[in-house]
Ligand binder design. Sequence first.
Ligand code: SF4
Length: 344
Amino acid sequence: MSGRHTESQALPNVGNARSHDVTSIERVVARYAVAITPALNDVLDRDSVEDPVARQFVPNPAELESSDNERADPIGDDSHSPVEGVVHRYPDRVLLKLTDICAAYCRFCFRRETVGKGAGVLSTARLAHALDYIRAHGEIWEVILTGGDPLVLSARRLRALADRIAAIAHVRVLRVHTRVPIAAPSRITAALVRALKASKKTVYVAVHVNHPRELSAAAREACARFVDAGIPLLSQTVLLRGVNDEPEVLGALMRVLVECRIKPYYLHHCDLAPGTAHWRTEIARGQSLSRALRGRFSGLCQPTYVLDIPGGYGKSPIGPNYFLGDEAQGYEVEDFRGERHAYP
Ligand code: SF4
């Protein structure tokens, strides 16, 4: 299920939607895309106001409150878009935005001012221009399919794109950013996996997942279909207040990911998209969570805590620093218990 629900009766009848007044919820729905899938409905707790899965998808009147620091394009996609559908921010890779549709719409989405609001799918002519751009730039080593969510597209459409990317020799890696294995796992069919492999590139899939309960049995099977076909999986997690900002929850999520053969990749500080202040933690909180993970969980369970610098300057790691001091005073290294040791 995908698309934009504009009718209040389309909202899931769960605790936290019921607890707000209908007029406020309707104003959120009029402003931002709303959709939730049957697969997510199966894992969320309908009766809990604070359910960490439901809260991510059910509209909240707090989304109507924006601060001056928040902005429509928080990571500066537009300032690095040479042709429609392409974002070329770093030298060796581009984003290719195939669609503005998602299977379900996250209430904290960094592209919430555009997802579910545009033409749906990049037109044939615009896709041709985007591929021309990639073809003409020999420094592009990696193409990252994003959106929206590229895996809402049919296997047939993805196969057609993969065939065209296969013909661009300098592109060596195709990465797909998606929430579909979580939100609509039945879409991850053998045909879809074959479509991505038709690119003849090294394919990586980065799965967006924020809470251990999102990895339902069906989601795990969907993820396994990629790995069993030789496609490595990475994870992307957004640090969200009340969802995963406790070490036990974040650590449990990282363990489940590793058990599912998904390498934890990024822990994103929540971007400054409009109406998302209620989701954002302090950066100090994210750093202390990163320390807690390092202290208590396997090295496999360590994502990199990153901030997309507002204005389009790219991502920087903002996790804690364990190497302290300078040449004159001497150096110290902090161990996983928080104790410091001199380094000669
Ligand atoms: S899946 Fe990604 S692009 Fe879609 S609503 Fe969620 S965060 Fe935004």
